[in-house]
Design a protein around this ligand. Structure first.
Ligand code: IPM
Ligand code: MG
Length: 356
């Protein structure tokens, strides 16, 4: 098995280093190959997603990804910004199915901004379509994103589009995931306003008929945003498009109070996948040893499970993380009175020790 390791920017390299330590102690038959991505790649080769990085990703069974982005690149034209690297990888690898679990760990209930009774035991799976929608529609492409006045147009323009087959395949992903959970799917759209969303809802209903044992309901995205803070536990599998999924997955992640804990997986139809923490590159704390490596460590467990067919090793990682949390170790993002504050490296070491 081959894994492309793309640490990226900000805290990316620190958290990836800890995930690699954990993977290596398991002594699995995996070959790791590193490459630059994002701002780091822009510095080394003038492009956030060099061809060599794309080729490596395509030739690997999985990609272990840190994070990209830094304010210092805000002045670059859009095509050269670090974020383009992750969008490019999603497109080139066809990673249409994005899994973003929002789980509230019992030990971290207090870290949420919601009342404990609303979120204890919370376990939502957001499935976000990742290669369509307004993210990959047609921008007009004439506005220059440089510091200073916009030139040329007085209009910004992006198209929202989805095809039937794009919606069908993500719906199958959602129903299959629901089969292994509590057999409920909520499909989120804005079909009271958008034609794209009307197609989304129609196709969701059609595909739903193939899964008569799964309960499907539909919700408008504004209501979903509201219900997530009002009564989050009423959701189980939530499936939605790229743009709404971007927003709702951040909202759901933060409900758990522990965005530093949440992994994510983006898969294509061949089970190749990109695995990354749900949080970003956090340039403000980069290099300080403060970042929580657990989201990345848990992402590597998802990688073992979904792309490398190494379920027992995945479970060993997840159990080790549970044990470390139970022992009271906390990085600053999840620290509370009575627990023991540790840094990035100590947290990684503790997971390694728990595995051993
Ligand atoms: C995410 C991020 C990306 C997105 C950015 C970095 C392009 O916010 O993965 O959620 O919008 O998809
Ligand atoms: Mg996002």
């Amino acid at each position: 098995m081959k894994v492309a390791v793309l640490p990226g920017d900000g805290i990316g390299p620190e958290i990836i280093a800890e995930a690699l330590k954990v993977l290596k102690v398991l002594d699995l038959k995996i070959e790791f190959e590193h490459a630059d991505v994002g701002g780091a790649a822009y510095e080394s080769s003038g492009h956030p997603l060099p061809d060599s990085t794309t080729k490596l990703a395509l030739a690997s069974d999985a990609v272990l990804f840190g994070a990209v982005g830094d304010w210092k690149y805000d002045k670059l034209e859009r095509a050269l910004r670090p974020e383009q690297a992750i969008l490019g990888l999603r497109k080139h690898l066809g990673l249409y199915a994005n899994f973003r679990p929002a789980i509230c760990y019992a030990e971290l209930t207090h870290a949420s901004s919601l009342k404990p009774e609303l979120i204890n035991g919370l376990d939502i799976l957001i499935i976000r379509e990742l290669t369509g929608d307004i993210y990959f529609g047609q921008p007009k492409g004439r506005r220059k994103a440089v510091d200073g006045p916009f030139v040329g147009d007085d209009e910004g323009f992006d198209t929202m589009r989805y095809t039937r087959s794009e919606i069908e395949r993500i719906m199958h992903t959602a129903f299959k995931a629901a089969e292994k959970r509590s057999k409920r799917v909520t499909s989120v759209d804005k079909s009271n306003v958008l034609e794209t969303s009307q197609l989304w809802r129609d196709v969701a209903t059609e595909v739903g008929k193939m899964y008569p044992h799964i309960e499907l309901d539909h919700m408008y995205v504004d209501n979903a945003a509201m219900q997530l803070v009002k009564e989050p536990k009423k959701f189980d599998v939530l499936v939605t498009g790229n743009m709404f999924g971007d927003i709702l997955s951040d909202e759901a992640a933060m409900l758990t109070g522990s965005i530093g804990m949440l992994p994510s997986a983006s898969l294509n139809s061949k089970s190749q996948g990109l695995y990354e923490p749900s949080h970003g590159s956090a340039p403000d704390i980069a290099g300080k040893g403060l970042a929580n490596p657990l989201a990345t460590i848990l992402s590597s467990a998802m990688m073992l499970r979904f792309s490398l067919n190494m379920e027992s090793a995945a479970l060993r990682i997840e159990k080790a993380v549970q044990a470390v949390l139970a022992s009271g170790l906390r990085t600053p993002d999840i620290y509370s009175d009575g627990t023991q504050r540790v840094g990035t490296v100590e947290m990684g070491n503790a997971v390694v020790a728990a595995i051993k």
